[in-house]
Design a protein around this ligand. Structure first.
Ligand code: NAP
Ligand code: ZN
Length: 351
């Protein structure tokens, strides 16, 4: 690589990082749309920036181009996802970039949405714009795991969250479990919920905990009211629960709670994508439901909040499953670990 190419590659990464920072501002509010950011650079200076704030509102490129005004002519646009080529609720961004006179477009990754899928790049190239694809792809894709997985496979990205003690216990034998982990850990769970189109729980958790499973944090960087409410799904094959305005359980009083009566969890996940546009799914349930998701290999990411306490051998396990030999164990790769207040947070990927 020549020196000037080297400098350009480093500059591209730097400005793409700024575009990713822009995209992050929409992380909790764009669902079911992806979080996207855009930065316009003229002669090494940022002259415009923007992000997609919410479904139905303009895309990142529109805000960035408006911000840049006439300085977009001959500029380079950095976008965290391929500019769209279809007319949805807003006109195609690829055309917007062409009309604004942008000379070069740098894209972190292609949009697997079948309505775009390379056509955005094609439009730009046909207009004589120099296009570079593949700058900080991993970092940009990490913002939209659910959207990207759903577009590619019609299945959502599934996170399983479990709060445990040091000895891996999730509740006392009586069902008592409030609270094992600290306020700091529970505040972090609010972020997982805010990322999610749907939250799946088990009927037993409803009966023992009567949870709200809502987003109510004041520490998301945006008001909780601006976060689209995650759809709550209750797994209830025996039909013990149903919507009832007078129910003793908060989630049963809510008319939008979905009751899943079938055994097939993969079918539920497909249903959440096709019928409800839920691309990020959070499982927050007891050991039985956690076991079913893990054993059926439906989990993409396991998040464990571990409190430094011991609850003893009679307390409930982390996962209900019964391997007969070590060869049947479930193994994970640790992706990250951090301390939240007194607790540990582990993020793991099933192997
Ligand atoms: N520490 C934590 O992170 C955490 C989180 C949530 C809950 N909890 C605690 O967990 C305890 C409840 O745990 P749990 O294991 O009894 O309840 P659970 O996993 O929340 O719910 C179990 C129920 O879900 C239903 N279900 C439907 N489809 C299922 C499937 N495919 N696989 C498994 N279950 C399915 C079953 O009822 P049907 O047979 O009628 O379908 C089952 O009885 C409570 O004490 C609660 O406090 C802890
Ligand atoms: Zn667009």
């Amino acid at each position: 690589m020549s020196n000037s190419n080297h400098t350009q590659a480093a500059q591209d990464r730097y400005f793409m990082m700024l575009a990713i920072e822009q995209a992050k501002q929409g992380l909790y509010t764009t669902r079911p749309n992806p979080a996207v950011g855009c930065v316009i650079v003229q002669a090494g200076m940022v002259v415009g920036q923007g992000f997609h704030p919410k479904a139905g509102q303009p895309h990142a490129e529109v805000f960035a181009l408006k911000d840049a005004g006439a300085q977009a002519v001959g500029a380079t646009a950095y976008v965290t996802l391929e500019p769209c080529s279809h007319t949805g609720r807003t006109p195609p961004c690829a055309l917007g970039l062409i009309e604004a006179g942008v000379q070069r477009v740098v894209i972190a990754g292609l949009d697997p949405n079948p309505q775009v899928a390379g056509r955005g790049v094609q439009l730009l190239e046909q207009a004589g714009i120099d296009v570079t694809v593949g700058v900080l792809t991993e970092q940009a894709e990490a913002l939209n795991r659910g959207f990207l997985k759903a577009m590619r496979t019609q299945m959502p990205y599934v996170r399983l969250k479990i709060a445990t003690s040091l000895d891996g216990r999730t509740a006392m034998a009586t069902g008592e479990s409030k609270w094992i982990t600290s306020v700091a850990a529970r505040e972090d769970v609010q972020k997982l919920r805010a990322l999610s189109g749907a939250i799946i729980t088990g009927s037993e958790t409803i009966v023992t905990d009567d949870p709200q499973l809502n987003v109510r944090s004041t520490q998301l960087g945006v008001p909780a009211e601006q976060v689209p409410t995650p759809k709550v799904v209750v797994l209830d094959r025996r039909q013990r629960l149903a919507h009832n305005a007078q129910s003793e359980y908060q989630l049963c009083r809510r008319a939008d709670t979905l009751y899943w009566r079938k055994d097939d969890l993969a079918e539920l996940l497909r249903h959440l994508v096709s019928e409800h546009q839920c691309y990020d799914v959070l499982v927050e349930a007891g050991a039985s439901v956690a076991g079913s998701f893990l054993c059926q290999q439906l989990v993409d990411e396991l998040i464990v909040y571990q409190a430094p306490c011991l609850l003893g051998a009679a307390a409930q396990p982390m996962v209900n499953f019964h391997p007969l030999s070590l060869s049947e164990q479930l193994r994970f790769k640790v992706s990250s670990h951090e301390q939240l207040g007194p607790d540990l947070k582990l993020t793991l990927y099933p192997l």
